[in-house]
Ligand binder design. Structure first.
Ligand SMILES: CCCCCCCC/C=C\C/C=C/C(=O)SCCNC(=O)CCNC(=O)[C@H](O)C(C)(C)COP(=O)(O)OP(=O)(O)OC[C@H]1O[C@@H](n2cnc3c(N)ncnc32)[C@H](O)[C@@H]1OP(=O)(O)O
Length: 311
């Protein structure tokens, strides 16, 4: 019964041979997974199970064939900022892993310790045309939909700073292990005169609870690893050199749970937010485009960039 969840076709196969098929059939009917749902896509993995065909090296992927655990390393020096190319590579990597039937889990980390991800590349929203920022935002939405909606066990191995978009990536995963020490994580958007979108705010609420999230979002707080652990923003701390090993151990524990039951449970809890973003995608793009191209916001972004450079 508990075969891998690969896409709608294999689910149907599993259902047809299973004694409990009626229950699952009812479940899928009830939840009506949308067109972008990971659970609905048909697998397209290659015969030998190798994957990831990106021509760029800004995202490095390795997979342990025996355990089915893939490690995705962000590799966009100096700080793994999320520019358009990076967003496209991450999305395509997540989707290829999703469609690889031998893959069961992904660990997201940074190739360069000390900075997990510096968030959106601020230059992508500075003095750019409205059309450009609209396309950029859609790339972020699509990348997030593929990670947050993944059937895989997703684990963030946060081996360094993780502000804003770095925190967004972490929150989209199922579990977060962060490096001990002086590193920070949080949604600091308001400090840049930006407002985090509803879907990102909601993941913060879902992870740390309403009151703490409301406060953190309003003041654009960046928390140290210790404080983040205390708030539940991350689940575990490890010395920076052990973050990857601890993540692998944790994933192995998660993989003791049957894939199908775990993935269906995850999807049941995430589907409302996934659907909400799919429904309001264009509205969300327009808001981002209109807000970020406003002159007062552009001036704030310019000042923030100057502050960063002068550091
Ligand atoms: C109503 C709706 C309105 C819609 C609006 C929606 C807004 C979007 C909302 C949410 C999504 C997410 C948004 C974001 O992610 S915004 C980006 C926020 N990021 C940050 O604030 C982090 C800034 N960076 C840092 O704090 C540090 O760089 C660091 C702690 C990550 C690493 O420090 P360190 O190792 O010391 O490196 P440097 O600071 O020296 O940086 C090296 C180099 O890189 C440049 N840089 C850093 N971060 C960014 C970035 N995010 N984008 C572009 N460039 C960046 C930095 O300026 C240095 O450049 P150099 O001097 O030329 O070498």
């Amino acid at each position: 019964m508990y075969s891998f969840i690969l896409g709608n076709e294999s689910i149907k196969m599993a259902l047809s041979v299973s004694a409990g098929g009626r229950v699952w059939r009812k479940f899928f009917k009830t939840f009506n997974f949308g067109p972008n749902s990971a659970l609905k896509r048909f697998p397209t993995c290659t015969a030998n199970g190798r994957l990831y065909s990106s021509s760029s090296d800004n995202v490095l992927v390795s997979k342990d064939e025996k355990s089915g655990i893939a490690t995705v390393r962000m590799n966009n020096p100096p700080v793994n900022s999320l520019n358009s190319a990076m967003l496209v590579s991450l999305r395509s990597c997540f989707e290829e892993l999703e469609n690889d039937k031998s893959c069961r889990a992904l660990i997201l980390t940074s190739q360069k310790p000390k900075v997990f991800c510096a968030g959106l590349d601020i230059l992508e929203i500075y003095r750019k045309s409205p059309d450009y920022v609209a396309q950029f935002w859609e790339k972020l939405q699509d990348m997030w939909l593929s990670l947050y909606g993944s059937r895989l066990v997703t684990m963030a191995a946060i081996n360094g700073h993780s502000p804003a978009g770095g925190c967004l990536l972490s929150l989209a995963c199922d579990y977060r292990i962060m490096a001990e020490g002086k590193f920070t994580i949080g949604l600091n958007e308001t400090q840049l005169d930006l407002v985090a979108p509803f879907w990102l705010r909601q993941t913060m609420v879902d992870v740390i609870g309403y009151r703490q999230a409301e406060m953190a979002l309003m003041i654009g707080a960046l928390y140290t690893s210790n404080k983040a652990l205390q708030l539940g923003l991350v689940d575990k701390l490890a010395p920076i050199e052990d973050v990857q090993t601890v993540a692998e151990e944790e994933v192995k524990n998660w993989l003791k749970i049957p894939d199908q039951a775990r993935a269906i449970t995850k999807m049941a809890s995430r589907k409302p937010l996934l659907d909400e973003l799919r429904k309001r995608k264009q509205e969300d793009i327009q808001t981002f485009r209109d807000e970020t191209t406003r002159e007062s916001v552009q001036i704030s972004i310019q000042q923030y960039l100057e502050k960063l450079k002068a550091k």
